[in-house]
Ligand binder design. Sequence first.
Ligand code: NAG
Ligand code: NAG
Ligand code: NAG
Ligand code: NAG
Ligand code: NAG
Ligand code: NAG
Ligand code: NAG
Ligand code: NAG
Ligand code: NAG
Ligand code: NAG
Ligand code: NAG
Ligand code: NAG
Length: 369
Amino acid sequence: MVLVLKLLIGLGVVAIATSETTSSGRATSCTLTGNSLDQLAEVKASCNDIVIEDLLVPAGKSLDLSGLSDASITFKGNVSFEYAEWKGPLVLIGGTNLSIKGEEGHVIDGQGAKYWDTFGIHAGVQKPRLFKLRYLYNGVVNNLHFLNSPRHCMAINNCTNVTVNNLVVDSKDGDTQGGHNTDAINVKGSENIFINHTTVYNQNDCISVRSGKNVHFTDGYCYGGHGLSIGSIGNRTNNVVEDVYFTDSIVVNSENGVRIKTVVNATGLVSGITYNNITMSNITTFGILVRGDYVGNPGPTGTPSNGIPIRNLTITNVRGTVQPQATNIYVLLGQGVAQNWYWNNINVTGGTNNLTCQGIPPNSGVFCA
Ligand SMILES: *[C@@H]1O[C@H](CO)[C@@H](O)[C@H](O)[C@H]1NC(C)=O
Ligand SMILES: *[C@@H]1O[C@H](CO)[C@@H](O)[C@H](O)[C@H]1NC(C)=O
Ligand SMILES: *[C@@H]1O[C@H](CO)[C@@H](O)[C@H](O)[C@H]1NC(C)=O
Ligand SMILES: *[C@@H]1O[C@H](CO)[C@@H](O)[C@H](O)[C@H]1NC(C)=O
Ligand SMILES: *[C@@H]1O[C@H](CO)[C@@H](O)[C@H](O)[C@H]1NC(C)=O
Ligand SMILES: *[C@@H]1O[C@H](CO)[C@@H](O)[C@H](O)[C@H]1NC(C)=O
Ligand SMILES: *[C@@H]1O[C@H](CO)[C@@H](O)[C@H](O)[C@H]1NC(C)=O
Ligand SMILES: *[C@@H]1O[C@H](CO)[C@@H](O)[C@H](O)[C@H]1NC(C)=O
Ligand SMILES: *[C@@H]1O[C@H](CO)[C@@H](O)[C@H](O)[C@H]1NC(C)=O
Ligand SMILES: *[C@@H]1O[C@H](CO)[C@@H](O)[C@H](O)[C@H]1NC(C)=O
Ligand SMILES: *[C@@H]1O[C@H](CO)[C@@H](O)[C@H](O)[C@H]1NC(C)=O
Ligand SMILES: *[C@@H]1O[C@H](CO)[C@@H](O)[C@H](O)[C@H]1NC(C)=O
């Protein structure tokens, strides 16, 4: 059976179009467009092929695509958001067996420049998170292109079996327009996450993994931010991160190349972390940094604690350059925190700020420079 629906909402034209219905009666394809979410519930209930095309999401509202199953979501054209000072997320996606993709030429435009005030999440106007995957089980996310995230861009929270390919996060405008805390990807409480071929221009972590297990980030290009991060770990409901692989990636013009940071006096666990084949250049602060003295505000204390062991840390084939005022490699950890570390073939040069390391395990191949 072929079904064609068309709905007109106020001034915005919302066309819900085409086509065959499934045996369960769900129309296969619906398009949400215009400047209203009034038809969203209807679309979610009746369609399993959801197209979001040239949509301007009303102020203070989430494009809430949670609770779906066996469905595809396609972003087309310019998907954007009216300005509102709130926490977001501007887009929320969750469910089981979902295919999420962006069509060639689409953009998810977070309108970050309207919010940026150099203060990020710490002060100034409240800025919404752009895009959250939450309770997504068996999801594939292909070819999404984000522009100018007000603050953190993509969250992967409480998800299992999610693959993200060919992601682009371009918040480069924030370099000169006050972008801050514009992390590209944050992972929390998630398992079996595969992120392949990501391109990021931003002003904070390219990716940070805060909790979860079996997370893979490969073939990334990170420009302008804070590098490839674990943490900060501590002070959250879940402070355990296990089996994370950062491989075959490039970090350019960033604050750090490789960074692990844990919160002072917190408890938790960091275990099975691998950085392999990472190239960095023009790093401003630390080439490789592992520190256990972090507090969010006002900053690191200089006195690490020992409630978060960092076990089984492999750093191999990491090379590149930092700026002269920077530190090539720095470790600052409490007694006994570092266990079973394996570092090999590391050549990070250019920094002249050689800080004294603390807490390096004996016979680990780890050195301070
Ligand atoms: C997307 O649409 C918004 C709202 O109309 C507009 O302000 C913005 O410039 C557009 N973005 C792009 C990249 O065209
Ligand atoms: C998801 O896909 C799997 C494998 O095809 C299937 O067994 C399962 O029932 C699906 N789950 C849902 C909620 O549709
Ligand atoms: C994740 O994938 C594994 C392996 O394919 C499967 O056994 C497991 O059921 C999946 N988990 C969820 C929550 O779908
Ligand atoms: C989601 O993950 C967090 C850890 O980030 C965990 O504390 C919380 O219990 C999880 N929630 C659910 C509903 O699974
Ligand atoms: C990453 O994506 C590329 C291009 O789509 C593909 O050739 C490659 O096999 C993928 N690698 C992994 C580890 O998934
Ligand atoms: C190392 O990573 C780069 C991408 O940054 C890739 O081109 C190269 O093939 C990788 N080398 C190996 C040995 O896998
Ligand atoms: C960490 O705990 C020690 C010992 O209780 C205390 O002296 C120190 O002030 C604490 N540090 C922070 C940043 O809370
Ligand atoms: C160490 O970590 C690597 C990478 O996560 C993992 O493959 C290996 O099994 C871990 N070994 C131990 C002893 O935990
Ligand atoms: C290195 O970074 C500095 C900012 O820290 C920037 O001004 C300079 O242009 C960068 N160099 C290159 C080659 O990109
Ligand atoms: C962690 O919690 C402690 C105690 O509540 C607080 O002093 C500290 O500022 C917090 N650190 C971070 C990074 O949130
Ligand atoms: C380390 O890197 C520097 C500068 O990038 C290079 O000149 C030097 O040959 C490298 N050393 C090794 C052992 O590869
Ligand atoms: C940095 O200092 C450590 C001692 O803390 C020393 O072993 C190492 O050779 C120094 N590295 C450089 C490049 O000066």
